[in-house]
Design a protein around this ligand. Structure first.
Ligand SMILES: NC(=O)c1ccc[n+]([C@@H]2O[C@H](COP(=O)([O-])OP(=O)(O)OC[C@H]3O[C@@H](n4cnc5c(N)ncnc54)[C@H](OP(=O)(O)O)[C@@H]3O)[C@@H](O)[C@H]2O)c1
Length: 330
């Protein structure tokens, strides 16, 4: 099979051995894969415990073409998405030590075929195209956990989704709109803000403009919850827009660590800083159910052909996307 193999810092489309399903496993022919920033961090050497060579990719939509045991034959021919959790463990709130994310060190989805455990298969939501369904797994689950379990976002919650152009953030935005929250966004791009307003955002601010977020918060009584993946020196500005007892939920640190954090503002206003990572298998199921219930259509930035997959990574690196970057595998 063809696979995109990462060696030190270069990718090569290579012919590698097609894996064979072992006990309790299925072979999936991958139609579409999606990128996550994790893949780009690994490419850049900025991720923990990198093992190379590696076939990256945590998301896929494809068709089950073989299973190891006859009693799993009912999966054959089904279109599926794959739960990217490997060994989350039994605790709903945090992952066990052995936890891994699909794609490095295990083989990822930027390949024509993948073998996964049967319990990682999930029927593709019928209302979605394959390329839309491929966008769901990692980013959808991360957004779900941050928004609902950590942020407790519900109807009428004032929630700010920062950097809404990102793959996870656009899901947090769509999910929050679906449940009837009052949704505000930030982005570096006016076109993204305008599009979010068309999709139901109450207002938006460009985070590169001084005081834009502060003014938006002031005009709307502040935020109950902020969902963020940038952190860095922007954190104090965001925290200052929370109402008393507000929650700052973060699942990434794209801008790095803050040089200083306004601890007084945090304790005086009874604010909560809540870290969030991926989600349990239950979160994955609940996220898919939520998508089916509200017929969530992921925002797709662009679909790249498999032989242009490196250009897909470059697009993510440049940060010009709005939504998920997809690779058409076969
Ligand atoms: N902990 C977890 O389980 C988990 C899971 C998924 C992702 N993550 C992390 O979360 C981050 C985002 O991941 P992703 O896959 O969604 O990446 P992505 O699709 O590449 O999105 C990155 C987005 O970050 C936004 N951004 C950049 N600088 C910003 C700033 N100063 N303030 C606010 N937003 C800013 C940009 O939004 P605009 O385009 O709107 O400006 C950009 O589109 C990464 O750091 C990733 O490693 C963590």
């Amino acid at each position: 099979m063809n696979a995109l193999v990462l060696k030190t810092d270069t990718f090569q489309l290579e012919n590698v051995i097609t894996p064979t399903p072992q006990s309790n496993q299925a072979l999936v022919k991958i139609h579409y894969a999606a990128l996550n920033h994790r893949d780009q961090w690994i490419r850049d050497g900025q991720y923990a415990k990198i093992q190379l060579p590696a076939i990256l990719g945590s998301d896929a939509c494809g068709e089950v073409i073989a299973v190891a045991e006859q009693n799993n034959n009912h999966w054959i021919g089904k279109n599926v998405v794959i739960n990217p959790n490997i060994d989350w463990g039994n605790n709903l709130h945090f992952q066990q030590k052995e936890y891994q994310i699909l794609g490095m060190p295990s083989q990822g989805t930027l390949a024509e075929y993948i073998v996964v455990n049967i319990d990682r298969l999930c029927e593709k939501p019928n209302y979605l195209l394959d390329e839309q369904a491929a966008a769901l797994p990692l980013a959808g689950m991360t957004a779900y956990n941050a928004l609902f379990n950590k942020g407790n976002v519900q109807k009428h919650t004032n929630v700010l989704i920062s950097g809404v152009g990102g793959g996870v953030a656009q899901f947090a935005f769509l999910f929050a709109i679906a449940v009837g929250a009052n949704v505000f966004v930030t982005s570096s791009k006016q076109a993204v803000i305008d599009e979010c307003k068309k999709l139901g955002a109450q207002d938006g601010a460009n985070y590169t403009e001084k005081d834009a977020i502060k003014n938006m918060a002031k005009a709307n009584g502040g935020f109950d919850v902020i969902i963020d993946s940038a952190c860095g020196d922007g954190m104090n500005e965001l925290i200052a827009t929370l109402k008393p007892t507000g929650k700052f939920v973060f699942y990434g640190a794209t801008r790095g660590l803050p040089k200083d954090l306004n601890m007084r503002a945090i304790f005086w206003n009874h604010l909560q800083l809540l870290g969030s990572t991926m989600g349990s298998d239950t979160d994955f199921k609940n996220m898919i159910a939520l998508c089916n219930e509200y017929q969530i259509i992921p925002i797709i930035d662009k679909v790249f052909e498999f032989d242009k997959a490196v250009a897909a990574f470059d697009r993510m690196k440049d940060g010009n996307q709005f939504g998920k970057i997809i690779v058409k595998i076969q």
